[in-house]
Structure formats: C-alpha cells, structure tokens
Design a protein around this ligand. Structure first.
Ligand SMILES: [Zn+2]
Length: 127
C-alpha cells in the first residue's frame, strides 16, 4: 500500500462513519432537516480541524476538499460528503490500479514484497 491509498482508506472510513452518525431526516418534519444540516456542518468542521478539510457553503451549494479530492453538491453538506466518498473511492481504485502496474527494478510486481528492495531500504535506515 502506498501512503496516499492508506490515507484515503482511513478517510473514507471516517467520512462514512460521520455520515452514518447524522440524525435522520424525517419527511415533513422541518426540525429534522435543520438538525441534519447542522450536524453535517459540525462533521465538516471536525474534518477541517482534524484532517485539514476545506469546505464552503454558498447559495449555489457546498464544496468539500479533503486529501486532494474535491466534491460538491447543490443538495446540502451531507450530500457533498456523500459525493466526496464516491470521488475518493474512484481515486483509490485509480491509485491501486497504478500501484498494481508498478514493477520494481528486480521485476517484482506490487503488492508482492521484493527482498532486494526491502534489504536496500533497511540499509538506508541504518546510521
Ligand atoms: Zn525490488
């Protein structure tokens, strides 16, 4: 696994958990819409504080940038997070495909470990 892929997997889990924790919208209950929106904005603020996410809500919608993945929605901040999940999963698929295509100088294809590369990395770590 490359660091980018690991980070995106972790953030997909985190954003998914935050979405699942949002209070449900009850059709026709005005308060539930407001609680849902406030909770999703709180979740975005938490992502900004802990993960460096940047988000903005304007009249024409919400945009979210997290770990280099940008998403937007005109259907509210929770939908922007949902769209971020879709975009992040696409990015993961693309990065994993690229990683799989990687073959080291000894002809070992990712994700198989190459003993030669591991030994070289170990030597570099030594003082
Ligand atoms: Zn190698």
């Amino acid at each position: 696994m490359t660091p980018d892929i690991d980070k995106l997997h972790r953030l997909v889990d985190l954003v998914g958990a935050k979405l699942n924790a949002l209070p449900a919208i009850k059709v026709g209950v005005l308060d539930s819409y407001q609680r849902h929106r406030q909770a999703s904005e709180t979740a975005l603020n938490e992502l900004a504080a802990s993960e460096g996410a940047r988000w903005r809500s304007q009249g024409n919608g919400t945009t979210l940038r997290l770990a280099g993945v940008v998403s937007g929605s005109t259907m509210g901040s929770a939908m922007a997070m949902q769209n971020w999940l879709i975009a992040a999963n696409l990015r993961i698929t693309k990065l994993e495909a690229e990683a799989r295509a990687h073959v080291c100088e000894h002809g070992i294809r990712w994700p198989w470990a190459c003993e030669e590369c591991d030994r070289a990395a170990l030597m570099e770590d030594r003082p």
